[in-house]
Ligand binder design. Sequence first.
Ligand code: CR6
Length: 808
Amino acid sequence: MNSSEKQTKKEAFKADYINKIEEVSGNCLEESSVLKQYQALAELVMDEITTQWAKINTQYNKHQTKQVYFFSIEFLIGRLLKSYINNIDMDEVVTESLEELGLDYAAIQEQESDPGLGNGGLGRLMACYLDSSAAMGMPANGNGIRYKYGLFEQRIINGEQVEVADNWLKNGYPFEIRKPDKSVIVKYYGSIHSENINGSLTFIHEDYEPIMAVPYDIPIKGYHNETVNSLRLWSAEPIDGFDLPTFNQGQFLYAIRQKSEAESISQILYPNDSGFDGKLLRLKQEYFFVCAGLKRIVSHYKRNNSNSVDGFGEKICIHINDTHPAMCGPELMRILMDEEGLGWNDAWKMTVSALSFTNHTVLPEALEKWPINMMNKLLPRIYMIIEEINRRFIEELDACYPNNIERNHSLSIIKDGQVHMASLSIVTSHSINGVASLHSKILREETFNGFYQVFPERFHSVTNGVSPRRFLMRSNPKLKDLLNESIGIEWEKNLFQLKKLSNYINDPVFYEKFDAIKLANKFYLADYITKHIDISVDPNSIFDIQVKRIHEYKRQLLNALHILYLYNRLKENPNLEMAPRTFIFAGKAAPGYYFAKDIIKLINAIAYMVNNDKTVQDKMKVVFLANFNVSLAEIIYPSANVSEQISTAGKEASGTSNMKFMMNGAITLGTMDGANIEISEAVGPTNIVTFGLTSDEVFHYQKYGGYHSVDVFEQDPRIQKVMHQLVDGTLGFGLNFQSIYDSLILYNDPYFVLKDFNAYSDAQNRIDQLFRNNKTWTKMSISNIAQSGMFSSDRSIADYQREIWEIK
Ligand code: CR6
């Protein structure tokens, strides 16, 4: 765009914007509130995008393009306004125009709520995959639930997590379009009877409780291209709205209850990160978006295909994101048989060919199982079909592996009174993949080994990736500019081009610019910290950051105990030579996960002690930032020096914050777990600091025993000291972390925190040494960015396309 074109665009934009403000607020620009300024901008951007949206949908329909649908119970999309503006290439025009109008663009953006429609990695991954598919011009859509309340807002009060409802819709949401004409009825409970109609057995669902599923569509705009895909989120409503006759007859409570029971299905996201769920409602939710989504997909397909489902399995990919949408298999079977009249075999072929499944965890408590009687009662027809799928599957197994009753039982979808959703997903999908190399290997060799022996060809591996548009270009604009001026702009479309940075690996001028950007980003975060929690931190210190859900396996505890130990060292030797450090944490604990909440409390107690001790002031600070979400994450990654990825080896399926940190030049301090292994291979051993047990060692201990945490405790005075401090009042009057003490000693430290303590402490020393050599550190930092190409979600989507969906 040359400058006169830009000028014309700016003038047009300003005129439209002023009109829009008047339209949405009934006020002139000068008298409009920031909220209205935001709403007007959002509407203007939506006008532009919806025009393109309509066009591309017509094209998709005409060419009958193969479509992918991600079914996921979470989509953690983050704020959209700025991304839309970047993607339609209006950033400069908008930024400059708003400035000329005397408006505060940053404040306007702050008005957008951050939709908390997910917990953590799995939901954010879906958002990155939607972003990448659109950027690559590939038709891929999301299908999920429009939760009225997102994951809770976390506040820290007296050092403890307090959960507050996250009412993200309170000011409305300008990027969704409600489509009541596309509503679908979802049926729960009732009974099934079969009838012989025209010579074929037909199943009829009676006395069910109907719920209306109403879709809201959010456009997913591709970066600098024509593509606009859709994220469809379903909202639950009572069939006829409010039951007025009942209300008028005086049964007020009954009428209100009916309505609120219907709405409860899409009321709230279960903050269920690995197994702390609220049973029945969760099962209703899972069926809700599966049923509504599939019905619409099938009817849309038929509309473009002469009212027939022929070819559905070749043209439609239904991707199951973890086991929550596992009922896609039986539900698609139900639709194809009961509504479309196909026989079992045809329906089955179509279903398996359409479905693919990604597993995101090996933690046994997170592999979903549902009690048979609950499922049978709530979803009688679905349960019937699952039984039949299982019966046929076991029959086939028996034919292939006669007399192997034990193994065949272990693979059974239904056993021990429960329906096993991972097994259901595997049997109904043509592809199963893990999310990093090690994780996929564990799936093949351990978790799903029995299935791997039966269906070796179904198993794949696709390492996760993250969106460089959001986590580099948008969140670190200064770095983006430096990259553009140094290596050109091709990397924006192909992140592997970042390899060109190796030409700058010894360039002092580049170093200087790079360091200045990192420092400016650290100042920005320091400022945020002061504003929000009134702690002043030194931007020249090492920003050592661990941000993710709080969980024992992620071992925030290891980090915390090491901080306590470092503090002890400093108290013993105030002249200890070390680069000053700022330890930064953020993350939410599931509300019912009390141990994780104790960890938050511990971190805050340590922070309070350290930050108020004048003798260590210029050496260390500890910060816990409340309410970690996508927007906060975007401020944090660009400012990091050290990325803490210290899970117990074998437990973190992949991790994705490791990739976001790396892309912004942080050095990974990590175990050989999840995608850390691939990061380590990509950057080479001199550009990462790894430590600790390997996953093989962890498995060995878990299987054969031989680890006794009390031995480590007895042999290591450093550990003894910090352990005592947990319970002796050091951390504050009345503060006692007995539960943590007991887990580590009495319950033999199930996540190997003490076992890895020494190795972690050595690794931390290495970090300190490396950071103190500024040149080495900067070189490592740049090397990390240079090698981050393979961790772009564009690469992941290309892998899925090629290996799993088979899209040319
Ligand atoms: N908690 C994995 O634990 C992975 C993401 C996305 C997780 C994490 O290692 O990076 O999925 N698993 O694949 C689940 O959510 C079940 C996660 O985010």
